[in-house]
Design a protein around this ligand. Structure first.
Ligand code: SAH
Length: 208
């Protein structure tokens, strides 16, 4: 990782064959994937697979998500440049870095200290300054910076964490894998409205 070139862009085939379609042609999403090289976030042993459309191990029994799934999630989130976003499960920091290119501020909560430290260090080295990390249980959210325009959870849950709903702004969007479906909720006049989910497999959301 030490002699990694942080100025490198993602390869063209990755953008053209995998991301463009999954992002529904959205130029801002495509740009984020171009300027944030996924290889930076992958341990050396699997780095040769960094631009394959697969999830890969990042240590501590966790994985970095499949890029096409992340592109799909970014599309669903309907991100505005003015958005403040809460991410649960920083993991490698890849999604946080992608989000940083599309919105104003990202607040990212991770429960495993070595992952959080490595993500924080990487983003600093990439000169990304609008992502803020917190070590803790993401089920509690990050109240200090609420409400959030968007909330995205990278770990699967079996029920919707109440604290996260409470920290979502009105008209905000909340994306969370629930019982293996990627669920999207929208808050309207204080009420949560559910969008149709798609089946996906995520690592478990640990905690209350
Ligand atoms: N977005 C990440 C995906 C990481 S995998 C990336 O781009 O690499 C999901 C992460 O969620 C793991 O790092 C796991 O430790 C974390 N996680 C699971 N449950 C959590 C919880 N309750 N609070 C905070 N983080 C959690």
């Amino acid at each position: 990782m030490d002699n990694f070139n942080f100025d490198v862009k993602s390869p063209k085939y990755f953008i053209d064959d995998i991301i463009r379609k999954a992002a529904g042609g959205d130029a801002r999403i495509i740009n984020a994937f171009e300027v944030i090289p996924r290889a930076v976030f992958i341990p050396e042993a699997s780095r040769h697979q960094a631009y394959d459309d697969i999830s890969l191990p990042i240590g501590q029994g966790q994985t970095i998500s499949q890029p096409s799934l992340l592109a799909h999630m970014l599309k669903k989130l309907d991100i505005k440049e003015t958005d403040t976003i809460l991410e649960i499960g920083s993991g490698s920091g890849y999604l946080a870095a992608l989000l940083s290119k599309m919105c104003k501020n990202v607040y990212s909560v991770e429960r495993i200290a070595p992952l959080l430290n490595s993500a924080r260090k990487l983003l600093r080295r990439m000169s990304i300054s609008n992502v803020h990390f917190l070590l803790g249980d993401g089920a509690l959210g990050w109240e200090d910076h609420a409400p959030y325009d968007k909330i995205v959870a990278s770990a699967g849950a079996t029920k919707i964490p109440d604290n996260l709903v409470a920290q979502l702004s009105d008209n905000g969007r909340f994306l969370i894998p629930l019982n293996d479906s990627l669920m999207c909720y929208i808050k309207e006049n204080g009420t949560i409205i559910e969008e149709k989910g798609v089946p996906v497999k995520f690592v478990d959301f640990v905690g209350s």
